[in-house]
Design a protein around this ligand. Structure first.
Ligand code: UDX
Length: 433
């Protein structure tokens, strides 16, 4: 099938190349010439394992191309909208400017029978409003939310947990076309839910709200553990054995960040308030607050280990990305803590396997170094803030002779306290004695 994908950021670039891999003829369209040039030469403008190989393969096969020319969407039957919906600068609500611009741009190239498929995360009610413009030219709108995780984006696109199609009641044409788009996904037995626009839009934010709540729940338990001497990681293991609860997304630590969870729960609250259902989501305000408190707690723990004074202390920060296997530092707890410590007068040396460049763009004033060893040189304390595999695997002996003081703070509960303590280090973590 001929498919266009409008917006070639994280979501769009992965979606376009995955659809090409699934056997379709795909054109990815973006207004950013630099991004288009980069993708067209098989360079992903962000770090995502497997994506460069997928781009190279599908570009070479001739089934994928990238352009800034919107008229190239003409002739495609299905048009995916995969542009960003960031948080508005002055409120919690989502900024729909890019979605609206993408629709305005595609409408002149639609032919009757085409289906425009929204993938972006939007406030409930958006599809209903946008459909009018598309239906006016004889095309259809469907909403097909995306659940991909950074670091697993290609796998999550080709083998998702489920597909959700939000369509107008009785719109079998859009369902049939989406089934054709996802034929090889459906052939794996992956479930699909066919529903209305509002439910499809809600599925996405509800899923993210649930995940954020699960993380904040265990971080709230960490707060209680801290004042009782309990160990939140053992607590998580023990409750996680209950299959109704499950152990996944119960890792206590610095909490969630990234381009989705924080903005999506805020946008969800804002939209529910507009609709008069704000009370139903008041708890998400608490979820957000618990999450942000973890960053303060990390700074406090650092101060405590430093004997009460952060100013002038040499602090090594290992990890800046919001999670491992990503170079994304949007709303990253790790980068936030590093920046707060620097603002409080610490001599911070920060490093990350992939996220130094992205961090530098956001926080140009921080001192970045290339390796954990360099960061730890003469450090009064070492902070592990993103659980990259290589930091989890560090042996205390690698840093013993490098640091000034043997003290390590585990912001992600990813190190073995026994190993570090036996090696003579002070080990402290969030939610653990
Ligand atoms: C998330 C959703 O998982 C995905 O389905 C949606 O499409 C986009 O948002 P992503 O932002 O890539 O994906 O990250 P995710 O793996 O969900 O992690 C989010 C944050 O939560 C990270 O900062 C991570 O470190 C943190 N986290 C995750 C925890 O603190 N504890 C956990 O147990 C799990």
């Amino acid at each position: 099938m001929k498919i266009s994908v409008i917006g070639c950021g994280y979501l769009g670039a992965v979606h376009a190349s995955s659809l090409a891999k699934l056997g379709h003829e795909v054109v990815g369209i973006d207004i950013d010439q630099v991004k288009v040039d980069s993708l067209a030469s098989a360079h992903a403008p962000f770090y995502e394992p497997g994506l460069p190989e997928l781009l190279a393969e599908t570009l070479a096969a001739g089934t994928l191309e990238f352009t800034t020319d919107m008229s190239r969407a003409q002739g495609a039957t299905v048009h995916f909208i995969a542009v960003g919906t960031p948080q508005q600068e002055d409120s919690n609500a989502a900024d729909l400017r890019f979605v609206e611009a993408a629709l305005d741009a595609i409408v002149p190239y639609l032919t009757p029978g085409d289906v425009v498929v929204g993938k972006s995360t939007v406030p409930v009610g958006t599809a209903e409003r946008l459909a009018v413009q598309i239906e006016a030219v004889g095309a259809q709108l469907a909403w097909n939310p995306e659940f991909l995780r950074e670091g697993y984006a290609v796998k999550d696109t080709i083998s998702p947990d489920r597909l959700v199609y939000g369509v107008r009641s009785g719109d079998e044409h859009s369902v049939a076309l989406l089934d054709e788009v996802y034929a090889s996904v459906l052939a794996q037995g992956i479930p699909r839910v066919i529903t209305d626009f509002a439910t499809a839009e809600l599925v996405k934010v509800a899923a993210n709200a649930f995940l954020a709540t699960k993380i904040s729940f265990i971080n709230a338990m960490a707060e209680v553990a801290e004042v009782t001497g309990a160990d939140v990681t053992q607590l998580a293991d023990a409750i996680g054995y209950d299959q109704r609860i499950g152990r996944r997304f119960l890792n206590a630590g610095l909490g969630f960040g990234g381009g989705c969870l924080p903005k999506d729960i805020r946008g969800f609250m804002a939209r529910a308030s507009e609709l008069g259902a704000g009370d139903a989501l008041n708890f998400l305000g608490e979820v957000d607050a618990i999450n942000l408190r973890r960053r303060e707690r990390m700074v406090d723990l650092c101060r405590e280990v430093l004997g009460g004074t952060i100013e002038g202390a040499r602090v090594a920060v290992l990890g800046l990305a919001f999670k491992p296997d990503s170079d994304d530092v949007r709303d990253s707890p790790a980068l936030d803590v590093a920046a707060r410590l620097a603002e409080l007068g610490a001599d911070v040396r920060a490093t990350d396997p992939q996220a130094i460049e992205t961090s530098r763009r956001l926080r140009p004033g921080l001192n970045y170094v290339d390796s954990a060893r360099e960061a730890a040189k003469d450090a009064d304390v070492v902070l592990v803030l993103t659980e990259w595999r290589e930091y989890r695997a560090i042996d205390p002996s690698e840093l013993d002779s490098v640091v000034s003081v043997r003290a390590i703070l585990d912001g992600r509960n990813c190190l073995d306290p026994v190993q570090w303590r036996e090696a003579g280090w002070t080990y402290r973590a969030l939610g653990r004695p």
